[in-house]
Design a binder for this molecule. Sequence first.
Ligand code: FES
Length: 101
Amino acid sequence: MKEYEVAKVKDIPPGESKCVDVDGDPVAIFNLDGQFYAISDTCTHAQASLSEGFVEEGIVTCPLHGAQFDIKTGKNMTMPAPVPVQTYTVKIEGDAIKIVV
Ligand code: FES
């Protein structure tokens, strides 16, 4: 397993999200009430950026066609997303946000 330091805690306040690069893959990091979660940034429908989506109660809505995903599990909740998005393990060390792959 490998760890990638991708952002600082202060870069992503509660309610915010950020797209980062993890070994060439775009990953969306979300701060839900102080807890950090990471999923693939790429919507499984037509590749829109999920970090640019609307977030409410742990669900992100894709900005392009409105598919919804559970940020904690990656589960696709509504069409037109056909499959879940990949989730990533997030580790906080000091003020660093790390992704473990
Ligand atoms: S690209 Fe996300 S719903 Fe179509």
